[in-house]
Design a protein around this ligand. Structure first.
Ligand code: FES
Length: 115
């Protein structure tokens, strides 16, 4: 169970929503449900338009960080993450600074999402 806080100059104020445990929805799906205007186009991890800065706020031990191959490729091409950050995410469970909202599955950590 996690609080997901969205912040953006595109919104008059921050929005915090509660994502249910066991949910396997993407961050984009959670945003759409709550009418949070994250920009998106392909919804398939290919265009990069849904890139968001994600900060883990809770001190719970992070679950394994799973970046999809598409997410790695698109974020790297956009210059938003490095090979080292990908390695740290996969080997040390250190969350990378940017994610694709259409690929990122909301887990149990409280997160701050900037877009
Ligand atoms: Fe295209 Fe997420 S909407 S990568």
């Amino acid at each position: 169970m996690a609080d997901v806080t969205f912040t953006s100059p595109a919104m008059p104020k921050d929005v915090t929503v509660y994502a249910t445990a066991g949910d396997t929805r993407t961050l984009l799906s959670v945003a759409k449900e709550h009418k949070v205007p994250i920009h998106f186009e392909c919804e398939n991890g290919e265009c990069g338009s849904c890139a968001c800065q994600v900060t883990v706020l809770s001190d719970k031990t992070p679950l394994g960080i799973a970046l999809t191959e598409k997410e790695k490729t698109v974020l790297k091409l956009a210059g938003k993450i490095t090979d080292t950050q990908i390695h740290d995410a996969e080997v040390k469970d250190l969350p990378p600074p940017w994610r694709l909202a259409c690929q990122f599955i909301v887990r149990h950590e409280d997160i701050l999402v900037k877009f």
